[in-house]
Design a protein around this ligand. Structure first.
Ligand SMILES: C[S@@+](CC[C@H](N)C(=O)[O-])C[C@H]1O[C@@H](n2cnc3c(N)ncnc32)[C@H](O)[C@@H]1O
Length: 211
């Protein structure tokens, strides 16, 4: 089988993307400098697209970092509000700066807290839940998020390919096993429809089809 040079393909795809507004570019530069794992512009545009398509107003983000992925979600859905969660207060400070610059901080409720605990105690259902927390928690996130999705709502998780490690059965560390379990749940749980989009490190997209 012809093998694909993933680096060359990514460079090609990145080259197709239009220039981003200054705050996106600054966040990307900061992430590169600090080796902070943001979702990047290819997957960011997928988030933006789904945020637009889901047509809802209430979003919840688990593991917001300094707000880069939230920026993409809010760009796609100008009528939506988002609860962001991250355990780091420094990330909230950075998110406030850049999302203010991007004109969307007034639609953000940033909570410095454990994402699962915040979602569990939330009284609302959400049109879109985006998950990017520590990978060991992914199976718990799946079960919890399904209880908090509105009918037709989307759960999107980053890193479901985990740089290909999910496909290598000799790799059995906790993070890889948890993502494998998450992927199994996506396809074996009733009343949901799931796809994996192999953009960047893989986005798992699950739609709640129950009433
Ligand atoms: C990969 S980074 C997030 C990047 C961000 N989603 C983006 O693409 O711009 C993961 C973040 O999740 C946070 N995190 C990990 N586990 C968490 C948890 N259980 N609750 C809240 N935040 C968590 C970390 O502090 C880190 O900032």
């Amino acid at each position: 089988m012809e093998s694909i040079d993933r680096g060359a393909l990514d460079a090609y795809l990145d080259g197709l993307l239009p220039a981003r507004p200054a705050h996106f570019a600054e966040m990307e530069r900061y992430a590169a400098e600090k080796s902070f794992p943001v979702i990047g512009p290819q997957a960011g545009r997928v988030l933006s697209q789904f945020a637009a398509l889901v047509g809802g107003r209430r979003f919840f983000e688990m593991g917001s970092g300094f707000g880069y992925s939230a920026c993409w979600l809010l760009e796609g859905a100008p009528g939506a509000r988002i609860i962001c969660t991250d355990t780091s207060p420094e990330n909230e400070t950075l998110a406030r700066k850049w999302l203010t610059q991007g004109g969307c901080w007034d639609r953000v409720d940033f909570r410095v807290a454990d994402a699962l605990a915040e979602l569990k105690k939330s009284e609302h259902d959400y049109d879109l839940i985006y998950n990017d927390v520590d990978k060991e928690a992914y199976p718990d996130v799946f079960k919890l998020a399904l209880e908090r999705l509105a009918p037709g709502g989307l759960l999107i998780s980053d890193n479901v390919l985990w740089k290909g490690r999910v496909a290598d059965r000799s790799i059995t560390d906790a993070a890889t096993c948890a993502i494998r379990e998450y992927n199994r749940l996506m396809f074996e749980t009733a009343d949901v429809q799931s796809v994996i989009i192999p953009v960047r490190d893989g986005l798992g997209v699950t739609r709640c089809v129950s009433e």
